[in-house]
Write a protein of this length. Sequence first.
Length: 315
Amino acid sequence: MTNSNRPLGYHGIDIGGSKMELVAFADRDGALAEVFRERVATPGDDFAAFVQAIVDLVARGDAALGTAAPVGIGLPGVIDSASGRQLSSNVPALNGRLVAQTLQQALKRPVAIGNDCQCFALSEAQGGAADNAASMFGAILGTGAGGGYCVGGQLLRGFNGVAGEWGHWTLPATLQAQHGLAEYPCPCGKTGCLERYVSGPAMSKLHAHFGGDGAEPLAIVARANMGDAVAERTVAVHLDVLGHALAGLVLAYDPHVIVLGGGLSKLPHLYDKLPAAVKRHLFPGVHVPPILPPRFGDAGGARGAALLIRQHTKA
């Protein structure tokens, strides 16, 4: 699509297991300006109701924009590159479905679907914490661990569309033995995936593993700051495993900036201590890029989805 017939606006939809939110953006000289926002419950078990809810949201967004705008959607899980079917979504009605094709037919306009973590990365790469960076990696630390990789402000999705799925790299045996960690199964079907050790719920599980009560991460960090031995061990082990994981990202992608997202991105100690933890797992001469908090936080999902469809329609 050329500049002469570029859409006047874009819809970004952020879909979660319980709620989904549409934000309608007007394109004003290349900048996205929010003009409409609505959040509704996700019909998680009824695909027809899910499609209708999207159609209704988009219709109201179109009315606010005054135009039928292309739609970008960010949701958890991946799309099978061979069949086009949605996999591993936390919305049961979508699993095994041709979500993109169905919505394109229902909405009669371009639709782009991306992983929610990739949408987060794209939002932070364009106008966010990594704005104007030559390359960036957005690393989500929430209920799981995922991410996205952008170069020159553009999302690179890869052959399977899963570039940035670092949470499903495997914990090395050396770290498992060093810290006395168990092998935890992952919903993806593998065992020992990094997200089972570095995500928010994983931090609580580590605390229980070391003899604690499995408190929430904020409480664990607070207790560690007060000298609680179990909490201190939990924070140290979590930091070391996370440092190893991000060192792998540096070696694989060599981003100019790493932006953290998800609930754990609100923990201040990560920005103070994580660079040194990453450095311990790199060989001499390799430097740790800036590790930054997100500019848009949880609000970036719909914005990233809108940027995704804008990238798609510009191609």
